[in-house]
Design a binder for this molecule. Structure first.
Ligand code: SAH
Ligand code: SF4
Ligand code: F3S
Length: 480
């Protein structure tokens, strides 16, 4: 998954061009944390007007690749992208420009100086905890230095990374991520995150509330709280106590203008009573939860160090369904973990049938350097992984299609986000996060409307605006 970011408007770019400002291109790979961090890096570098963002790498003076290390394929993407950028750097040099190339994110943290050795065109390597130092790092690179900064600093980068200006937020739309927690202490045996993002840290409640209020004032209507292990959140409160994610959600539900709250990604072990009760008590908390299980086999779950069993997981699902009967679940799966037998794998297929997930991501196990599972002697052959992945995906797709079909005929609340591909059409999201395409006036962007779902496409639902007036005639006479 990668996301090239757009330019902030032609007129502004032209003005900035005239002023001779340097142009910045940020490309994001990997999870939502990287998307959020990419926005914060862009905000930091554009806030004092030293850079202007561009969607076109060929016109950039600084390119930042915000990278992901989670699987081998993700990590290798950075090197193929750097291959392409080598040509751009040569062309820039020919026309007398010094193109600075920075590698940020989890590959930067995991590989450090190795990146500069393997790809000498790279000028800056910066780990996820050091983005607040970017202006100084880039300045050193512009003077010709190779700069590697992957220490875990003591200061809190969030205190130094400016919250986005209202105008910037408006340009980015009606939904927003807010990082509330970073890092992970779980050490699942397959995973690099505890090494690339470090130990768990939670942001204080007040800082998060201030950021969400700022977003809401600028027109954001849906906020997704993010963290590698978001439901392990335990942020400081104003009176020196600690808030759970459930308490934080209660506090944020009171922020005026925020119509929807979500959070991701959660660990099954940290779904505490507070959080489950929040699903019962808060209407703004959407009835959709991404809860990775990875495997349905107790033997594999133990070897993964997930610290929960299949029964624990099913119990959490049952408690959440009791709290919020319409809740839909999505998940992540890994197939071909070292030692996984056909019987283990059939337990995984069975858990998909048991939970009836509304969707899921599934991956072939990828051995990651430095993680315990990569050292094991009982690695599974790639053909076996490929074959199991195909069977799992067939099973997941079947349940996803069934879930989407069950929405046809229902009236769902849709938050409209942007114009659709067809003229006159808008795209929004259902409470279950499905994209919904509807013929609707652009004035509805940023608003929630009731939509009758009429059809299912391959990636989205289709619907018609529900004529509210027809059902609520009493409103016509109200106020008289
Ligand atoms: N914090 C989340 C997930 C973070 S990584 C959690 O606890 O589940 C996102 C997903 O990538 C994981 O859920 C897992 O399914 C997958 N993943 C992580 N490491 C992997 C590896 N070495 N090989 C294949 N998939 C992996
Ligand atoms: Fe990785 Fe496990 Fe932490 Fe998730 S909980 S980020 S899978 S170590
Ligand atoms: Fe990838 Fe790092 Fe996120 S490894 S999934 S970008 S935490």
């Amino acid at each position: 998954m990668s996301k090239g970011r757009g330019s902030r408007g032609d007129f502004a770019t032209t003005l900035w061009n005239l002023k001779g400002l340097r142009k910045l291109h940020v490309k994001s790979y990997g999870c939502q944390m990287n998307v959020y961090d990419s926005d914060r890096m862009a905000d930091l570098l554009t806030s004092d007007a030293s850079y202007v963002e561009t969607g076109a790498p060929e016109e950039a003076d600084v390119i930042i690749l915000n990278t992901c290390h989670i699987r081998e394929k993700a990590a290798e993407k950075v090197y193929s992208e750097l291959g392409r950028i080598r040509g751009l750097k040569r062309e820039a040099a020919r026309s007398g420009r010094n193109l600075i190339v920075a590698v940020a994110g989890c590959v930067a943290q995991a590989e450090g100086e190795e990146i500069v050795r393997r790809a000498p065109l790279v000028d800056v390597v910066v780990g996820p905890q050091n983005y607040h130092r970017l202006p100084a790092l880039l300045a050193r690179a512009e003077r010709g230095a190779k700069v590697v900064d992957t220490e875990f600093p003591v200061e809190d980068k969030f205190d130094r990374l400016a919250p986005p200006a209202a105008a910037t937020v408006r340009a980015r739309g009606v939904t927003s991520f807010v990082t509330v927690q970073e890092g992970c202490d779980k050490f699942c045996t397959f995973c690099v995150v505890p090494y690339t993002r470090g130990a768990e840290v939670s942001r204080p409640v007040a800082a998060i509330v201030a950021e969400v209020e700022n977003l809401a004032r600028a027109g954001v209507r849906e906020v997704t709280l993010i963290g590698q292990n978001v439901n392990a959140y335990h942020g400081k409160t104003a009176n020196g106590g600690q808030a759970t994610l459930g308490r934080l959600l209660h506090r944020l539900a009171d922020v005026s203008g925020v119509k929807r709250l979500r959070y991701t990604t959660s660990h099954p072990r940290d779904m505490d009573e507070d959080l489950i009760a929040a699903h019962r008590d808060l209407a703004v908390l959407m009835p959709q939860l991404h809860l990775p299980v990875q495997s349905g086999s107790d033997r594999v779950l133990a070897a993964m160090n997930r610290r929960h069993t299949r029964a624990d997981y099913l119990d959490v699902i049952a408690r959440l369904r009791a709290a919020r009967p319409d809740i839909a679940f999505t998940s992540d799966f890994i197939v071909g973990f070292p030692g996984e037998t056909e019987e283990d794998f059939s337990d995984t297929l069975r858990i998909v049938e048991d939970v009836r997930f509304a969707g899921a991501f599934s991956f072939k196990y990828s051995p990651r350097p430095g993680t315990p599972a990569a050292e094991r002697g009982d690695q599974i052959a790639d053909e076996v992984k490929t074959e199991r992945l195909a069977r799992l995906q067939e099973c997941i797709d079947r349940h996803q299609r069934a879930f989407n079909r069950s929405c046809v005929g229902q009236k769902l609340e849709v938050l409209f986000e942007k114009p659709g591909r067809i003229s006159g059409q808008l795209v929004g999201r259902s409470p279950y996060l499905q994209p919904v395409q509807v013929m609707a006036p652009t004035s509805l962007i940023g608003q929630i409307a009731t939509v009758r779902i009429t059809d299912v496409g391959s990636n989205s639902l289709f619907g018609t605006l529900h004529p509210v007036e027809a059902e609520e005639p009493a409103l016509a006479g109200a106020g008289g």
